[in-house]
Design a protein. Sequence first.
Length: 352
Amino acid sequence: MITNEAVLDALSRVQEPELGADLVSLRMIRNIQIEGDRVEFTLVLTTPACPLAMEIQEQCEEAVRRLPGVRDVRITVATDVTSSAALPPENLVQTVKNVVAVGSVKGGVGKSTVAVNIAVALAQRGAAVGLLDADVYGPDIPMMMGCERTPVQTDGKFQPIVRHGVRFFSFGCLVPEETPIIWRGPLLHTGIRQLLKDVLWGELDYLIVDLPPGTGDVPLTLSQSVALTGTVIVTTPQQVALRVALKALKMWRQSGVPILGLVENMSYFVCPGCGIRTDIFDSGGAERAAREAGMPFLGRIPIDLRIREGGDQGTPIVIVDPRADPAVAFREIASRIAAQVSMRNVMSLGRS
Ligand code: ADP
C-alpha cells in the first residue's frame, strides 16, 4: 500500500536546485492524496517566476512514480511567494512581501529601464508587483510606463496607477516637474517614507524600487522602513573598471543592505543589418566584478534601439516585443532575481 510517508520520503530526495534544499524541508509539497494507485499533491513554488519550475515538476513525478504500486501521478502547481524575513524597526507597508531595490553607482546606466522591465516581466509571470520610482533626480518611470496622469487621492492616500499589470507610483507625481528641489538627507528620508505609507499598495509579492543613483541615503531609509529583501545593482561594463565597482559594492555592503546581484546593461550591440556583435563598452566587466565580490551575476542586456524606443513610448520591450533577445534577457534576469529573493527568504527562515 502507498502511504503519505512513502510519498514524502520520495519527494524529500528532490532538491530545489536554486534554494539548495529538498522540497519537503522547504514545505513545497502540500495536500498529498492517495487513491488506489494514484498519487496527487500540490507543488508550491516560491515564485511564479521560478526558472526551473518544469524541471522540478518532472523530478517530482519521477521520484513518486518509482514507488512500488504507483501508476498515476498528478501534480497541481501553485505559488506562494516567500516573505522577506528582514524586520525593519517600523514596517510602513505590511502588505508587501518583498521590497527589491534597483540601484546604480552612476546615472544613465539604464537603472530605470531595468526596474521597469523586470517589474513588468514578474507581473507577466503572475506575480503581484508594484513599482516605486524613488529616483528623485530623474523620475521618468511614468514616461517609461506610458502613463503620466496625476494619481487619484482618497482620504489623503494615493491610488497607485496600474499599467502593464504593475501598480506604480513616482516621486514625480508629488512634485511638479518645474519645481527644483534639492533632495538630500532628512528631506529625502521623509519623502521616501511618504511614498511608502501614503500609497495604497495593497497586497504585493514584490515592490520594485527604482533608487536614485549613488550609494546614498535611500537604501538605508528603505531598510529601516520596509521589508527590504535586497538590492539589484545595474552597471555598464566599462564603468566596471573593477576597482571602481568593487569600491562601490563595498559601500553598499557596509550600509547593511543585502545585494541580490549585478546586472550588466548595454553589454553589447548586435547590428540589425549584418548581425555582427560589437562590445561597444567592452563586455564582461560586471561578471568579473560580481565574481570578485562574491555576489551573483544576474545577466547581461544588449544595447538595442527597441529598448530605448519602448522606454520613450511607454511600452517596455517585454510588452511590445516579447520574443526579442533583450526581452528574453530581461525575463531571465527577473527570474534570477525572484530566485535570489526566495533563496534569501528561505535561508533566513532556516536561521530564525
Ligand atoms: P538611469 O535610470 O540609470 O538613469 P535610464 O533607464 O533612464 O537610466 O536609461 C537612460 C537612457 O538609456 C534611456 O533613454 C533608456 O531608454 C536608454 N537605455 C537604457 N538601457 C538601454 C539599452 N540596453 N539599449 C538601448 N537604450 C537603453
